[in-house]
Design a protein around this ligand. Structure first.
Ligand code: SF4
Ligand code: SF4
Length: 144
Protein backbone atom coordinates (compact mmCIF):
# COMPACT_ATOMS: atom_id res chain seq x y z
CA UNK A 1 0.00 0.00 0.00
CA UNK A 2 1.71 3.21 -1.11
CA UNK A 3 1.87 6.39 0.91
CA UNK A 4 0.15 9.64 0.07
CA UNK A 5 0.17 13.11 1.57
CA UNK A 6 -2.90 14.62 3.17
CA UNK A 7 -2.72 18.10 1.73
CA UNK A 8 -4.67 19.70 4.58
CA UNK A 9 -2.14 18.47 7.16
CA UNK A 10 1.10 19.06 5.23
CA UNK A 11 2.84 22.36 6.00
CA UNK A 12 5.71 21.79 3.57
CA UNK A 13 8.01 21.39 6.59
CA UNK A 14 7.58 25.13 7.05
CA UNK A 15 9.76 25.81 4.00
CA UNK A 16 12.90 24.85 5.92
CA UNK A 17 16.07 23.85 4.10
CA UNK A 18 15.29 20.17 4.38
CA UNK A 19 11.88 18.72 3.66
CA UNK A 20 11.74 15.57 5.75
CA UNK A 21 9.79 13.27 3.45
CA UNK A 22 11.79 14.38 0.39
CA UNK A 23 15.01 13.81 2.32
CA UNK A 24 14.13 10.34 3.59
CA UNK A 25 12.50 8.66 0.57
CA UNK A 26 14.91 6.05 -0.80
CA UNK A 27 13.22 6.15 -4.19
CA UNK A 28 13.05 9.95 -4.62
CA UNK A 29 9.30 9.88 -4.93
CA UNK A 30 8.39 12.70 -2.60
CA UNK A 31 8.48 16.19 -4.05
CA UNK A 32 7.40 19.62 -2.89
CA UNK A 33 4.87 21.23 -5.19
CA UNK A 34 6.20 24.67 -6.13
CA UNK A 35 2.80 26.35 -6.09
CA UNK A 36 1.07 24.77 -3.10
CA UNK A 37 4.31 24.30 -1.08
CA UNK A 38 3.03 20.89 -0.05
CA UNK A 39 4.52 17.48 -0.64
CA UNK A 40 3.19 14.85 -3.01
CA UNK A 41 4.09 11.27 -3.70
CA UNK A 42 4.66 11.81 -7.39
CA UNK A 43 4.71 8.17 -8.49
CA UNK A 44 2.70 6.00 -6.16
CA UNK A 45 3.05 2.93 -8.34
CA UNK A 46 6.80 3.08 -7.72
CA UNK A 47 6.45 3.31 -3.93
CA UNK A 48 8.53 0.75 -2.06
CA UNK A 49 6.10 0.92 0.84
CA UNK A 50 8.96 1.35 3.27
CA UNK A 51 6.93 4.00 5.18
CA UNK A 52 9.98 6.06 6.05
CA UNK A 53 8.02 9.14 4.98
CA UNK A 54 5.13 8.10 7.21
CA UNK A 55 7.41 7.80 10.21
CA UNK A 56 9.42 10.96 9.69
CA UNK A 57 6.63 13.44 8.92
CA UNK A 58 6.34 15.83 11.88
CA UNK A 59 2.76 16.74 10.92
CA UNK A 60 1.45 13.16 10.64
CA UNK A 61 0.48 14.19 7.14
CA UNK A 62 1.52 11.03 5.34
CA UNK A 63 -0.99 8.24 5.30
CA UNK A 64 -1.13 4.92 3.57
CA UNK A 65 -3.45 4.50 0.63
CA UNK A 66 -5.38 1.33 1.14
CA UNK A 67 -6.05 -0.95 -1.80
CA UNK A 68 -9.07 -0.21 -3.93
CA UNK A 69 -10.93 -3.23 -2.65
CA UNK A 70 -11.30 -1.78 0.84
CA UNK A 71 -11.51 1.97 0.24
CA UNK A 72 -14.96 1.97 -1.39
CA UNK A 73 -16.13 -0.27 1.43
CA UNK A 74 -15.03 2.29 4.01
CA UNK A 75 -11.82 0.58 5.08
CA UNK A 76 -8.77 2.58 6.03
CA UNK A 77 -5.19 2.28 7.26
CA UNK A 78 -4.02 5.23 9.33
CA UNK A 79 -0.60 5.49 10.99
CA UNK A 80 0.12 7.67 14.00
CA UNK A 81 3.76 8.11 14.88
CA UNK A 82 4.92 8.72 18.42
CA UNK A 83 8.42 9.41 19.68
CA UNK A 84 9.22 5.73 20.19
CA UNK A 85 6.44 3.84 18.48
CA UNK A 86 3.95 3.91 15.66
CA UNK A 87 0.33 2.90 15.95
CA UNK A 88 -1.53 1.61 12.91
CA UNK A 89 -5.28 1.89 13.07
CA UNK A 90 -6.92 -0.52 10.68
CA UNK A 91 -10.58 -0.17 9.94
CA UNK A 92 -12.00 -3.23 8.24
CA UNK A 93 -14.83 -3.34 5.77
CA UNK A 94 -17.19 -4.74 8.37
CA UNK A 95 -16.52 -1.79 10.67
CA UNK A 96 -14.15 -3.59 13.04
CA UNK A 97 -11.25 -1.42 14.18
CA UNK A 98 -7.95 -2.83 15.35
CA UNK A 99 -4.83 -0.99 16.47
CA UNK A 100 -1.31 -2.36 16.18
CA UNK A 101 1.55 -0.70 18.01
CA UNK A 102 5.20 -1.21 17.06
CA UNK A 103 8.40 0.28 18.44
CA UNK A 104 10.37 2.47 16.03
CA UNK A 105 13.98 3.53 15.90
CA UNK A 106 14.62 6.68 17.86
CA UNK A 107 17.87 7.76 16.20
CA UNK A 108 17.76 11.51 15.71
CA UNK A 109 17.30 12.51 12.06
CA UNK A 110 20.63 13.34 10.44
CA UNK A 111 22.66 12.11 13.45
CA UNK A 112 24.15 9.06 11.72
CA UNK A 113 27.54 9.43 10.05
CA UNK A 114 27.99 6.27 7.97
CA UNK A 115 31.61 7.18 7.16
CA UNK A 116 32.76 7.71 10.74
CA UNK A 117 36.02 5.85 11.39
CA UNK A 118 36.38 4.86 7.72
CA UNK A 119 39.43 5.79 5.61
CA UNK A 120 39.24 8.41 2.90
CA UNK A 121 38.20 6.94 -0.43
CA UNK A 122 41.04 6.73 -2.96
CA UNK A 123 39.61 7.75 -6.32
CA UNK A 124 42.62 6.31 -8.16
CA UNK A 125 41.37 2.86 -7.12
CA UNK A 126 37.93 3.38 -8.60
CA UNK A 127 38.33 0.50 -11.06
CA UNK A 128 39.62 -1.95 -8.46
CA UNK A 129 37.21 -4.63 -7.21
CA UNK A 130 36.02 -4.48 -3.62
CA UNK A 131 35.08 -1.74 -1.24
CA UNK A 132 37.07 1.34 -0.31
CA UNK A 133 37.07 0.45 3.37
CA UNK A 134 38.22 -3.14 2.99
CA UNK A 135 41.75 -4.49 2.85
CA UNK A 136 42.19 -5.98 -0.62
CA UNK A 137 43.99 -8.96 0.96
CA UNK A 138 40.65 -10.08 2.32
CA UNK A 139 38.70 -9.56 -0.88
CA UNK A 140 37.27 -12.66 -2.53
CA UNK A 141 39.00 -13.45 -5.78
CA UNK A 142 37.54 -14.93 -8.92
CA UNK A 143 39.56 -17.98 -9.84
CA UNK A 144 40.32 -18.81 -13.46
FE1 SF4 B 1 4.57 17.75 4.40
FE2 SF4 B 1 5.18 15.92 6.21
FE3 SF4 B 1 6.50 15.96 3.89
FE4 SF4 B 1 6.94 17.86 5.72
S1 SF4 B 1 7.41 15.66 5.93
S2 SF4 B 1 6.59 18.19 3.51
S3 SF4 B 1 4.88 18.11 6.59
S4 SF4 B 1 4.32 15.53 4.17
FE1 SF4 C 1 9.23 6.80 -0.51
FE2 SF4 C 1 9.02 4.79 1.24
FE3 SF4 C 1 7.37 6.90 1.38
FE4 SF4 C 1 7.10 5.16 -0.63
S1 SF4 C 1 6.79 4.73 1.57
S2 SF4 C 1 7.09 7.40 -0.80
S3 SF4 C 1 9.27 4.60 -1.00
S4 SF4 C 1 9.62 6.92 1.73
Amino acid sequence: MPSFVIQEKCDGCKEQDRVSCVYICPNNLMALDKDSKKAVNQEVDQCWECYSCVKICPQHAVEVRAYADIVPMDGSVVPLRGSDSIVWTIKFRNGNVKKFKFPIRTTVEGSINPYAGKPEADISKLDSPGFFNMDSAYMPRISD
